[in-house]
Design a protein. Structure first.
Length: 125
């Protein structure tokens, strides 16, 4: 283990928050906000989420359970996402807000994101 990793691990053991990468801190902060928006409201519209997916996501993802494969090989189908073990509204929200190397950095408005999450969860077997 190189010196920087040893320092990082020792700092974590001491509880030094300064060494935690900023992205992780931001992600943890977002996780604290999500339950109040997605899970607690329960007012998301799966039909609006389906419409949003067809307009904004179908270019790369199979967005309904009728499409067996996504147009882009690396893009998982919404059905596959919905049926990922232990998937939840919170997990999908984090996925939608976390940059991915092969996915454009999309800014999905909160209401559309909640609708999209509700729609994806309807695809769960």
């Amino acid at each position: 283990m190189d010196n920087s990793r040893k320092h990082f691990h020792r700092s974590l053991q001491r509880g030094d928050l300064a060494v935690i990468p900023r992205k992780i801190i931001v992600l943890l902060f977002l996780l604290l906000l999500i339950p109040g928006s997605v899970a607690a409201q329960g007012i998301a519209d799966p039909k609006a989420g389906s419409d949003y997916a067809e307009k904004n996501c179908a270019e790369c993802h199979a967005t309904n359970d009728e499409d067996p494969a996504s147009p882009v090989d690396k893009a998982p189908s919404f059905d596959a996402i919905a049926n990922t073990q232990d998937i939840s509204a919170i997990a999908i929200s984090v996925l939608l807000q976390t940059p991915h190397r092969d996915m454009p950095n999309l800014v999905i408005p909160q209401t559309a994101r909640e609708d999209l999450i509700a729609y994806i969860l309807t695809l769960k077997d």
